[in-house]
Design a protein around this ligand. Structure first.
Ligand SMILES: Nc1ncnc2c1ncn2[C@@H]1O[C@H](COP(=O)(O)OP(=O)(O)O)[C@@H](O)[C@H]1O
Ligand SMILES: [Mg+2]
Length: 284
């Protein structure tokens, strides 16, 4: 459905996206994971035709956005929730949804039906008549997400949809993204939160400095690049940490020699994968 074929994009001397290739498989939730500045937003903007690649080709449903992207008919099948919230602050959430719905050609009872479904989805029905300027950051993020799906697109691109809100709102937004996944939407999800990518995505592309470092299922990424886990063991008044891929075996060996009072095992995760691939922590 969405194909990046050796795509690069520079801003001046800076290569924001460097030779990026991937293809979305049918029905999958695809993650773009990387720290700030990795090139995620630049990639998303090329995916929807807002930016043009310097090199390589982006195809959506087999087509390119060569001409005026707004003219492309297949744009109807795309929904974007941009990283920087794009809403009209002076009008209500219902009117925002109506406005964006009309842009996508909805009208009459069909439009009203979608507006009310999206308000419901975003849990904003009670405040639908209030001006968006009065909303909290979390409410704006939820509306930003609802606007992306007002025309019921097949593919939804969510650019850091949980960024900049408190943990509770983050959870509320994340629940809604999971609901979209469970409703069978195809999703491209960018984040710098490894636990979100791990929980949500079928496959994850790890990006750093514009480059694709690895692309696979979470499980396969961890198997290939995670290395050993950490087993922390307390014996008597001594604590030791052991690198191991076989925590039960290591524990059994230790127990032959000493009495283990406590232990804790931390398996490798995407954070470890990123560290092993780049030599740097994902969050810095
Ligand atoms: N319009 C722009 N002009 C100049 N530099 C840009 C522009 N957009 C992005 N960049 C730079 O490109 C790099 C990648 O940015 P971005 O795609 O926003 O990364 P991410 O979304 O992963 O944080 C960053 O170094 C950023 O500063
Ligand atoms: Mg970004």
């Amino acid at each position: 459905m969405l194909l990046f074929d050796h795509v690069s994009k520079s801003f001046g001397d800076l290569r924001a996206v460097d030779d990026l290739s991937f293809e979305l498989e049918a029905g999958e939730v695809f993650g773009l994971l990387g720290p700030n500045g990795a090139g995620k937003t630049t990639a998303i903007n090329m995916a929807v035709g807002l930016l043009e690649p310097d090199e390589g080709v982006v195809r959506f449903a087999g087509e390119t956005f060569d001409r005026d992207p707004r003219e492309a008919e297949n744009r109807q099948a795309l929904g974007l929730a941009p990283q920087s919230i794009a809403l009209y602050e002076e009008i209500s959430s219902a009117d925002n949804l109506r406005f964006f719905g009309r842009l996508h050609g909805l009208k009459g009872p069909d439009l009203e039906e979608r507006v009310s479904a999206c308000l419901d989805f975003a849990d904003l029905t009670d405040v639908r008549k209030k001006s968006v300027s009065k909303y909290s950051g979390g409410m704006k993020r939820r509306l930003n997400l609802a606007v992306a799906i007002v025309h019921d697109p097949d593919l939804v691109l969510l650019d850091e949809p949980t960024v900049g809100v408190d943990p509770q709102s983050r959870n509320a937004i994340f629940d809604r993204v999971e609901q979209l996944r469970d409703d069978g939407k195809q999703i491209v999800y960018t984040t710098h939160y490894m636990e979100e990518a791990q929980r949500l995505c079928d496959r994850v592309a790890i990006m750093d400095r514009g480059r694709l470092m690895a692309l696979d299922t979470v499980r396969a990424l961890i198997e290939a690049h995670g290395g050993p886990g950490k087993l922390a063991v307390q014996t008597g008044d001594k604590e030791s940490i052991h690198d191991t891929t076989d925590p039960l075996g290591t524990l059994a060996q230790l127990q032959e020699r000493e009495t283990v009072e406590h232990f804790q095992y931390r398996p490798p995760d995407l954070e470890t994968v990123f560290l092993n691939l780049t030599g740097r922590a994902l969050r810095d």
